[in-house]
Design a protein around this ligand. Structure first.
Ligand SMILES: [Zn+2]
Ligand SMILES: [Zn+2]
Length: 567
């Protein structure tokens, strides 16, 4: 398709200089040094010419030529000449299709006839520096998508449109949830009042479930001595994900050691374990913390709440004996599924990530850890796929990717088995015979990063959160000035019952307020006028549906039940 687009551009705009034109996910692009500026309006014209070429049954002919011959062939194409010059091979392969010839390794279709002319579309134009360097000229990049048939193409656009409507960055600002400020730093999230409430609701729910399930709450600092991270292996195996160390000695002679902001909570929980003598009777010990960690991500991959540099994990570390490992993993997995269901996620894919290239510890331990995870998955009869080499440096893991309402997978939960850190920090427990034994550590985060989890929630629900998660659950809207007092009374009653309510008594028409309430995706809009005052009632609108007049007491009962049931 890239060749055909370039062919069409060559015919339509003679004199164009050609850059590169690779295939990308769902399609292709090509960089052109054009003699005139193009706009989106020009794309249909190029598409039309491409269709004409496709229908001409143009053959794709590959040939191998010498570097000299290639230079001769592309003598008017400065970018191609640059590429040829840098090629190490003496023989260069080119593809000839009709009157257009390009440097290319292929492989390609034999004929343009194999391409469905109704199953592609040019999608956008962007500026792109030649070879990505701003010292070079700016070329025009034209993107396109291509599929097997028209149905796949239509599906793609339907899904893309659906995804765009759900974009958490757009909804995040529409619903006043979060803000990213360049003066604070890229990838660092500022939670606005409504977003902070949402985060708090999730944290409170998760934590209360953990505490009910035998976890103990701990709390640890954000920084620790650099030496700790040397012992844990982070400085060796995790360096590129960490913020640089704080060189304390440079500013204070009193401080002899450097510090490091935490990329993980694990060593802190190990230190808590180590703070006392542990016996087999204490195990399993389950420590949980809503721990905020900082990891360095390249600025290019940062994306709203989905990829950030600082985030809070619903983290936990379970210290157990070898006999307890299997049952403990089974119960963590089952517990995870239950929690995810409450948030509305019923579909998920499970992955077992194995030993990565850079790893700590002995292969024997890795095998044992991997087998225990396999054992747990088989015991629960979960179908899973192996993700080779995707484990963490200290151990293999189970990853759960939840599927959102439009079928996209999101990685959230991770359950890891670790023989490594217990050894590195030399932790132990006293067994039934009074001998010292090494416990095994399970690292687990069910929701994962709360930032990322909230991104998934926003996109899954397109901002229409279930009532229990909605930062604002009701708006009370008085019809006129004489109804303000009653509106405030209603608001006070609701707030007293822990229903998050706002009173909208600004000078604005009711229909405008309703429209605004819908944009802000408020679950219940409660309108009050003369009739409602007389009957101690409210008129209830629930997301575009008029539920009619309802006695306030009845509505209270209804909304409280719904919050309780988490619907
Ligand atoms: Zn090619
Ligand atoms: Zn951990």
């Amino acid at each position: 398709m890239a060749h055909i687009m370039a062919y069409a551009v060559q015919e339509l705009f003679p004199g164009t200089k050609f850059g590169i034109g690779p295939a990308i996910e769902n399609g292709f692009y090509y960089d052109f040094g054009l003699i005139k500026n193009l706009s989106l309006d020009d794309l249909p014209k190029i598409e039309e010419r491409m269709r004409k070429i496709i229908n001409q049954d143009v053959l794709f002919k590959k040939s191998q030529i010498t570097k000299e011959k290639a230079k001769e062939l592309f003598k008017d194409q400065l970018y191609k000449l640059e590429l040829i010059d840098e090629m190490k091979d003496k023989i260069i392969s080119v593809y000839e299709s009709g009157d257009f010839t390009d440097l290319c390794r292929g492989p390609h279709v034999k004929s343009s006839k194999e391409i469905n002319p109704a199953a592609f579309k040019l999608t956008k134009i962007a500026g792109a520096y030649w070879r990505g360097s701003e010292k070079n000229p700016m070329l025009t990049r034209i993107y396109g998508v291509a599929f097997n048939d028209k149905k796949e193409l239509d599906d793609y656009f339907r899904k893309a449109g659906e995804a765009e409507k759900r974009d958490h960055r757009k909804l995040g600002s529409q619903l006043d949830l979060f803000h990213i400020d360049e003066t604070i730093g890229a990838g660092l999230i500022l939670w606005l009042p409504k977003g902070a409430i949402l985060k708090r609701i999730i944290e409170e729910y998760a934590l209360s479930e953990y505490l009910k399930s035998g976890y103990q709450l701990v709390s640890t600092p954000h920084i620790a001595k650099l030496n700790l991270w040397k012992t844990s292996g982070h400085t060796d195996f995790y360096k590129e994900n960490m913020f640089p160390a704080m060189h304390f000695q440079e500013i204070s002679r009193e401080e002899k050691e450097d510090y490091q902001i935490k990329p993980m909570n694990c060593p802190f929980h190990v230190a808590i374990y180590k703070s006392d003598i542990r016996s087999y009777r204490d195990l399993p010990l389950r420590y949980t913390e809503l721990g905020t960690v900082y990891r360095y991500e390249k600025s290019g991959v940062l994306h709203g709440l989905a990829r950030v540099r600082g985030f809070t994990q619903d983290d936990a570390h379970i210290f157990c004996s070898p006999e307890q490992l299997g049952p403990e993993l089974v119960s963590v997995f089952k517990f995870t599924i239950k929690i995810l269901k409450t948030f509305g996620f019923k579909d998920y894919d499970t992955y077992l990530s194995t030993r990565p290239e850079k790893y700590a510890g002995a292969i024997k331990d890795w095998e044992e850890a991997t087998n225990s995870l396999k054992y747990a998955l088989e015991k629960i009869k979960v179908k899973y796929k192996i993700d080779p080499g995707e484990g963490v440096f200290y151990g293999p893991k189970i990853d759960i990717k939840i599927k959102d309402s439009i079928g996209r997978p999101w990685q959230c939960t991770t359950i890891q088995v670790d023989f490594n850190l217990p050894e590195k920090f030399n932790i132990s427990y006293v067994d039934t015979k009074g001998a010292k034994q090494r416990p095994i550590m399970i690292h687990r985060a069910l929701l994962g990063s709360l930032e990322r989890f909230i991104c998934v929630l926003i996109e899954n629900y397109a901002g229409n959160f279930p009532l229990w998660l909605s930062p604002v659950q009701t708006w009370v809207i008085p019809v006129g000035a004489t109804h303000r007092k009653y509106a405030r009374e209603v608001g006070m009653i609701l707030n007293k019952e822990n229903i998050r309510t706002e009173i909208k008594d600004e000078k604005e028409t009711v229909s405008k307020k309703i429209r605004r309430g819908e944009i802000k995706k408020i679950p219940y809009l409660l309108v009050v006028g003369d009739k409602e005052i007389k009957e101690k009632s409210i008129r209830v609108r629930s997301r575009n549906k008029d539920l009619g007049m309802m006695r306030l007491t009845k509505f209270l009962e209804k909304i409280k039940t719904e919050v309780e049931k988490k619907i």
